[in-house]
Design a protein. Structure first.
Length: 221
C-alpha cells in the first residue's frame, strides 16, 4: 500500500474502526477449505490478516500459518485475545511475531520476500484484495505472484459492490476485475455468491449498505 493508505489503515486500527472483522471463523472458510485438497502440514499465507480467528482455525486443521499485517495494534490484539505470548524478532522493516504454528509479519506487505515466507501451499485472501484501493490491486497481485510458487492455489474471499442494475435472482458471474487480475495464471471458480446488508461503525447514521460476498477458488493452470 502507498504511504497515505498505510496511515489510513493504521489509524483505523488505532480508532477501533474495523467493523468488518468477524467475531467467529468465516463460515465459507470452514465449509469450502477442504475442497482445495491441501497436503497435511502445508503452509498457508494470509495477507492483511488483521486479528482474524481464521488464523487459529487454519492452525487447528494442521497447517503452518503465516500472516502479514501492517498494524501492530492488530497483531498485538490477536495474540492477547488468544492468551498467547509470542516471540518477537526484528527483521529490518518487518517484525516477526511467532507462537507455535502461527507467525505474523508486522509491516508492509510489499516488504515481504519469498525467504520470509518459505514454501507456501496455498493463499487465503480474506478480502485483502478488496480492502485495497483499486489503484493498488494489480501491484498486490503481482507481488503475491512473486512470493508464492506457480502451483499455489488461492482461496479468495471478496466483498464487492453489486453491479448497477443487477437483481437478486440473476445468475452470479465472475467479476470482470477478478478475471483481469487472475486469468493469466489461474482457472477461476466462483464457488459461492451472496448479498448481505452491512452496517459499518465508521458510517454511523447511514443506512446499511448492500455488498456482494463472493468466494473464488483460483487453481493454477
Amino acid at each position: 500500500m502507498s504511504s497515505p493508505d498505510n496511515e489510513l489503515w493504521q489509524q483505523s486500527w488505532r480508532d477501533g474502526r474495523m467493523a468488518f472483522h468477524q467475531a467467529e471463523v468465516n463460515p465459507l472458510l470452514a465449509h469450502y477449505w477442504s475442497s482445495l485438497g491441501l497436503p497435511p502440514g502445508g503452509t498457508v499465507f494470509v495477507p492483511l490478516c488483521g486479528r482474524s480467528l481464521d488464523l487459529v482455525w487454519l492452525a487447528e486443521q494442521g497447517h503452518q500459518v503465516v500472516g502479514c499485517e501492517l498494524s501492530p495494534v492488530a497483531v498485538r490484539d490477536f495474540f492477547r485475545r488468544q492468551r498467547l505470548t509470542p516471540k518477537r524478532t526484528a527483521l529490518g522493516p518487518l517484525t516477526l511475531w511467532q507462537h507455535g504454528a502461527i507467525r505474523i509479519y508486522c509491516g508492509d506487505f510489499f516488504a515481504l520476500t519469498p525467504e520470509h515466507l518459505g514454501t507456501i501451499a496455498a493463499v487465503y485472501d480474506r478480502a485483502a484484495l478488496t480492502a485495497l484501493p483499486e489503484s493498488a490491486r494489480s501491484g498486490y497481485v503481482e507481488h503475491l505472484r512473486r512470493l508464492t510458487p506457480e502451483n499455489c492455489p488461492v482461496f479468495l474471499l471478496t466483498a464487492e459492490d453489486p453491479e448497477e442494475g443487477e437483481t437478486d435472482d440473476r445468475f452470479p458471474e465472475i467479476s470482470g476485475e477478478i478475471t483481469q487480475l487472475y486469468r493469466a495464471r489461474f482457472a477461476i471458480d466462483l464457488a459461492h455468491s451472496e448479498r448481505r446488508l452491512e452496517t459499518r461503525r465508521e458510517a454511523d447514521g447511514n443506512p446499511p449498505q448492500c455488498i456482494e460476498l463472493r468466494l473464488y477458488r483460483l487453481l493454477p493452470y
